[in-house]
Ligand binder design. Structure first.
Ligand SMILES: NC(=O)c1ccc[n+]([C@@H]2O[C@H](COP(=O)([O-])OP(=O)(O)OC[C@H]3O[C@@H](n4cnc5c(N)ncnc54)[C@H](OP(=O)(O)O)[C@@H]3O)[C@@H](O)[C@H]2O)c1
Length: 317
């Protein structure tokens, strides 16, 4: 599914940014984050001229043709999300307009298609600003990152059970690697048919449920993996109790919000929502890249890849 308010360019049209990569200055916001770092590295490897922006840039680099923004609140809490996912992005967009950049590529998230949480609303508010800005835009809404699932691997390798909600089949996603997502963001600079589009994107399929991930791990480890099932009702009750406590304490309010974020990911798939079917759709969720979760897990098990969970991890050890 690709949605837009403005007509895309024809696929045959070349974007001006694809002509001379070495002369194409691409500013990367959120360059210290997981995807920002991957974007910087791949831009350089692919012959572009990437520039990492500082946290609160006052201007963009001279000759800047495009911005790739991977900036995001590290907590997902309401205040932080409105400050970063909306205000800081908005300020960056103003700079981009003032300095006449050609294109703005935004890293968003697939979960904004069903916005229940404050951080999703903050992201959507900025997406709307970007769409109305008159600048060429690409809004990339990826599914789950490897790092968000890898906390489970760390738990299992430490002898702990794999945590699932309900029967482990409530949700599914098409996990995407940092490099494949970075390449997809960068390809937006040269793929004319992605301009002025909202682009949901997953890694190479099939879609995996948490139980599928357990089976995948069992295959790699050669033994059974213990599972601990957490009833969704328990998570819902915890979120409810913390919400009440939140009337009296900011710390409890924050915990309640984190519990609601956890509940969302425990019950909503990271796939395109098919409005007509009233269900998430694996077939409507586009795929990109080559790297599969199984290869990533295998490489972690062999000790070749370190798992950096970051602040967005759902399952820490
Ligand atoms: N995790 C997933 O599975 C998943 C799936 C789909 C979409 N997403 C989306 O992907 C994004 C997260 O990507 P990521 O994991 O690469 O992020 P990340 O590692 O948490 O990095 C966030 C970046 O934003 C910067 N930042 C934070 N606060 C800032 C501020 N006030 N001003 C300027 N910059 C600020 C950080 O800078 P500092 O280093 O200075 O803090 C860092 O560079 C989010 O939009 C998320 O919704 C995530």
């Amino acid at each position: 599914m690709q949605t837009s308010t403005t007509a895309p360019l024809q696929a045959s049209e070349e974007t001006s940014l694809s002509a001379n990569r070495a002369a194409t200055v691409v500013a990367v916001a959120g360059a210290t984050g997981t995807i920002g770092q991957a974007a910087l590295k791949r831009l350089a490897e692919r012959g572009y001229h990437p520039v990492a922006l500082p946290r609160d840039p006052q201007s963009l680099p001279a000759g800047c043709s495009a911005v790739i923004s991977c900036m995001a609140s590290r907590t997902g809490l309401a205040e932080d999300a409105w400050r970063v996912d909306h205000q800081a992005q908005s300020k960056l967009l103003s700079l981009a307009r003032q300095q006449g950049v050609d294109q703005f590529v935004l890293l968003s998230a697939i979960c904004v298609q069903k916005p229940h949480l404050p951080f999703q609303k903050a992201k959507l508010a900025f997406e709307a600003e970007l769409r109305a800005s008159g600048l060429r835009y690409c809004i990339v809404r990826p599914t789950a990152f490897f790092k968000s699932l890898a906390g489970q691997l760390k738990r299992v390798l430490a002898g702990k059970p794999f945590l699932v909600f309900g029967d482990g089949q409530l949700t599914r996603c098409k996990p995407i690697s940092d490099e494949d997502l970075a390449d997809y963001l960068i390809d937006c600079l040269s793929h004319a048919d992605r301009v002025n589009q909202i682009l949901p994107i997953g890694g190479p399929g099939p879609a995996l449920s948490p139980l599928d991930q357990v089976h995948l791990l069992e295959g790699l480890l050669g033994h059974r993996v213990r599972i601990k099932s957490v009833p969704v009702g328990l998570l819902r009750s915890i979120a409810g109790l913390l919400s009440v406590a939140g009337w009296f304490s900011k710390a409890a309010r924050d915990k309640a919000e984190l519990a609601r974020i956890g509940l969302y990911y425990a019950t909503e798939s990271m796939l395109v929502w098919d409005e007509s079917a009233g269900a998430y759709s694996e077939s409507l969720t586009p795929e990109t890249g080559q790297q599969r979760l199984a290869d990533f897990y295998a490489s972690v098990i062999r000790g070749e890849t370190r798992v950096d969970l970051g602040a967005h991890a759902v399952f820490k050890d």
